[in-house]
Write a new protein. Structure first.
Length: 141
């Protein structure tokens, strides 16, 4: 019994330490981030995928995440917004496609070239779904 407990503790310690390891963010990526978001606070870095780093941070008290390519190029920024701040055509599009949907979270997505989208996360029939939409309510992508 003691051996099983020690094995369990060891496995937990190893898995926790591997999850807590920090990543090394290239200087060019950090520099690009600091230039774009000089007032960011509570910055936490992660890897979005093999080609992008993601910074999660606070900006003026709001939760924001920004992705940058390996070369420091800005990929996108996602800003949490209040559900009431979602443009009416976007809310209407979600409600039309998914009647009875309860919107639970909304984000504004900004991409290079001045592109702006909105992401609505919602529950419908007990299932969590999300849609990315243009400001006019049409589907993005």
């Amino acid at each position: 019994m003691k051996n099983n407990f020690l094995v369990l503790i060891t496995v937990l310690a190893i898995s926790l330490s591997s999850n807590c390891q920090s990543i090394t963010v290239p200087a060019v990526v950090k520099s690009a981030f600091n230039t774009k978001y000089p007032n960011a606070t509570n910055v936490k870095w992660g890897k979005e995928n093999a080609k992008e780093y993601e910074a999660e941070f606070k900006l003026n008290g709001t939760n924001v995440s920004a992705n940058f390519g390996l070369d420091g190029s800005w990929v996108e920024t996602e800003t949490v917004i209040k559900i009431a701040a979602l443009p009416a055509p976007v809310t209407a599009a979600v409600k039309k496609k998914y009647p009875g949907a309860a919107i639970t979270m909304t984000q504004k997505l900004e991409k290079p070239g001045g592109k702006l989208f909105y992401e609505a996360t919602f529950k419908v029939n007990g299932k969590k779904k999300s849609m990315e939409l243009n400001p006019d309510g049409s589907l993005a992508k």
